[in-house]
Each structure stands twice: as structure tokens, then as C-alpha cells.
Design a protein around this ligand. Structure first.
Ligand code: NAP
Length: 252
């Protein structure tokens, strides 16, 4: 028996980075995975790759800031796979790295819309399907930046702090429905998001490595294994918790 055999899981922002590694691992462990993303080409390529290796997946275009689209895609996933067991609210953006007094309202809203409102919409439209399935697991990607300040990207910190507390409060609201809600807090993980943050700084990778007591930044698979645990029934008593996977970053 595989670890998440026959569980139906939606992954947002599933085409790249942490989301991609999560889709690959969940499918390998027996889940039926709805890969969703803005990136149609990358998402479809990933779906084809997993299908070829014997996994059960389908790609849907989904912008998590569009409530109508979120509602429709969750409905279509349930039509396709018959139920919903888990949603991994992974889609996220970093935004412009500027101090608070230089940020525009638009820059603030853009990050909040994806990182906070996106989690709200996906949670809202996952809940009715999970109730019908008799329970479920909601996994929200926060960050070490949702736990401590690092003195940069203020709107990203605000968004990830919000996700942390939304997760705890939703854990209380939905415990009676057997729906668990947890947040995951990665340290720096080498993905297109982090690559973009360091694009004008050649020493960026080394600087990041040195900030993690374990000596290096993480890989997407390090986070995917944590998410796999939270999707699986191995974590059936875990709700409202913060799974920190950061090479010791926040111990300091
Ligand atoms: P990534 O490599 O940029 O992948 C994120 C994916 O989400 C991309 O495919 C992106 O598409 C997609 N996306 C962006 N906006 C979206 C929207 N409105 N609707 C649907 N999909 C959207 O990011 P990652 O590094 O894997 O990060 C995944 C999550 O982990 C994020 O929530 C991030 O904040 C969190 N996290 C990451 C790190 C890290 O070091 N990498 C650390 C802590 C937390 P586009 O490329 O078109 O934008």
C-alpha cells in the first residue's frame, strides 16, 4: 500500500518548484493529482510525464486569485476523480524587494491577492467537497518569513504571517468536519521563485547557503516529503500545526 493511495489532491502552482516536486511525489505514492497552475505548457508537460510513468493526474489552468475559476476547477476535479481529500495551497509569489515606504499599493495588493486571497478562495471551495468526502487535509504554504522577520520583502512577510494564522483558525473551525489544516514553513529552497529574487546578485546562492545552519539551502523534494506526510493519514492527529522545514534557519 502506497502512502496516499487513491487520495485525490489538488496542488495549486503545481507546474514549477515546490508544487512540481509535490505533484511528482504524491503521484508516485498513489494519489490522483490535480495539477493546477497559470503555466499551461509546463503544467501539461508535467501531467504527461507523470501519466507516462503510470501515475493518475490531470492538468487544469487555474489562477487562484479568480474565485469563479477556483470554484469551477474544484468542481471539475471532483467530477473527474470522484471526491476531494486534500488541497495543497502552494501558489505564491515573492513580489518586489523594496522597503515598506517604497512599496506601491498595487505591489502590496498583487502579493496579498495571490498569497492570501488565493488561499482563502481555495480553502472556501475545497471545504464543501471535503465535507462530502467525510474529511480532508488542507496544507497551506507559508514560509520562515511567516515566523520571523528578515528585514526584506515586507508584503511577502505580511502575507505568509496571515497564512500561518488562517491555518490555525481554520483548523479550529473545521475540526468538527474531520478536516485538518496545517501550514508548512520552508527555509530557502532553490526554485524559480528564489532564482528570480537573486537574479542581480551573483553571490546570492552562497549567501543563502550560509544563512542555514545545516550549510545549504533546501531542495523542493525536502518540502514535498513534509506535504506528503500532511496529506497522508499518518498525520491524522495533526491539525493547526506549523511544519518548519528550514535547515535550522529559525533556530537562530
Ligand atoms: P515558484 O517556483 O515560483 O512556483 C510557484 C508556482 O505558482 C509557479 O508556477 C507560478 O506561476 C504559480 N503561480 C503564481 N501565481 C499564481 C496564481 N495566481 N495562480 C496559480 N498559480 C500561480 O515558487 P516556489 O518557490 O516553488 O514556492 C511555492 C510556495 O512555497 C509559495 O507559496 C512560496 O511562497 C512558498 N515558499 C517558497 C520558498 C522558497 O525558498 N522557494 C520558501 C518559503 C516558502 P508563474 O511562474 O507564472 O508565476
Amino acid at each position: 500500500m502506497k502512502r496516499v493511495e487513491n487520495k485525490v489532491v489538488v496542488v495549486t502552482g503545481g507546474a514549477l518548484g515546490i508544487g512540481r516536486a509535490t505533484c511528482l511525489l504524491l503521484a508516485k505514492e498513489g494519489a490522483k493529482v490535480a495539477i493546477t497552475d497559470l503555466l499551461d505548457k509546463e503544467g501539461q508537460e508535467l501531467a504527461d510525464k507523470i501519466t507516462k510513468s503510470g501515475g493518475t493526474v490531470k492538468f487544469w489552468h487555474l489562477d487562484v486569485t479568480n474565485e469563479k475559476e477556483v470554484e469551477k476547477v474544484y468542481g471539475n476535479v471532483v467530477k473527474e476523480f470522484g471526491k476531494l481529500d486534500a488541497t495543497v495551497n502552494n501558489a505564491g509569489i515573492a513580489g518586489a524587494d523594496k522597503p515598506t515606504d517604497e512599496l506601491t499599493e498595487n505591489e502590496w495588493d498583487t502579493v496579498m491577492n495571490v498569497n492570501v486571497k488565493g488561499v482563502f478562495f481555495c480553502t472556501k471551495h475545497a471545504i464543501p467537497h471535503m465535507r462530502k468526502s467525510g474529511g480532508g487535509s488542507i496544507i497551506n504554504l507559508s514560509s520562515i518569513y511567516g515566523l520571523i522577520g528578515a528585514g526584506d520583502i515586507p508584503h511577502y512577510h505580511a502575507s505568509k504571517g496571515a497564512v500561518r494564522l488562517m491555518s490555525k483558525n481554520d483548523a479550529l473551525i473545521y475540526a468538527k468536519d474531520n478536516i485538518r489544516v496545517n501550514s508548512v514553513h520552508p527555509g530557502f529552497i532553490w526554485t524559480p521563485l528564489v532564482d528570480e529574487l537573486g537574479k542581480n546578485n551573483p553571490g546570492f546562492r552562497k549567501q543563502l547557503d550560509s544563512r542555514h545552519p545545516i550549510g545549504h539551502i533546501g531542495e523542493p523534494i525536502d518540502i514535498a516529503y513534509g506535504i506528503l506526510y500532511l496529506v497522508s493519514d499518518e498525520s491524522k492527529f495533526v491539525t493547526g500545526s506549523e511544519l518548519v522545514i528550514d535547515g535550522g534557519y529559525t533556530c537562530q
